[in-house]
Design a protein around this ligand. Sequence first.
Ligand SMILES: [Zn+2]
Length: 174
Amino acid sequence: MRCPYCGCENTQVKDSRPTDENQSIRRRRSCEDCGGRFTTFERVQLREIIVIKRSGRRMPFDREKLSRSVEIALRKRPIQPERIERMVSGIVRQLESMGEQEMPSSVIGEFVMEALKGLDPVAYVRFASVYRDFREAADFQEVLGEIAQRAATGPDTSTTAANPRPAEAPDRKH
Ligand SMILES: [Zn+2]
């Protein structure tokens, strides 16, 4: 497994254990070159899902990409990596159980919204406010790019799901 920090292939598994109710194996790895540490998850993939982007382009569904996107929405939120992993697993299971080989990226966006709603109200609002603006036009990945940008530049919104407000209130401090 290539090191995500320095790109070398000299990485070692330090620890390996079942997680997510035995549905995956979590491995702690470290890089012999740069000392970087990272985690990988191994799990069953039942079928390949193809995502249809807004442009009409088709791409294989990428679980890692989804996982990173969700982490962006949950930035600075006190959520354990295992819970995020379970949430992503739940989304993937839902996608797989639809039985469709291909699906529009907007379907995945809807699942992410639903899952975030249950996991973390702040992240949900963060995601939903951007997603609603973009719903008609944009691709899921663009939405997440926008979220990353707002999370980096805007205030870390402390709004709750009961009072959802778009993130464009730069004067608000929590
Ligand atoms: Zn490295």
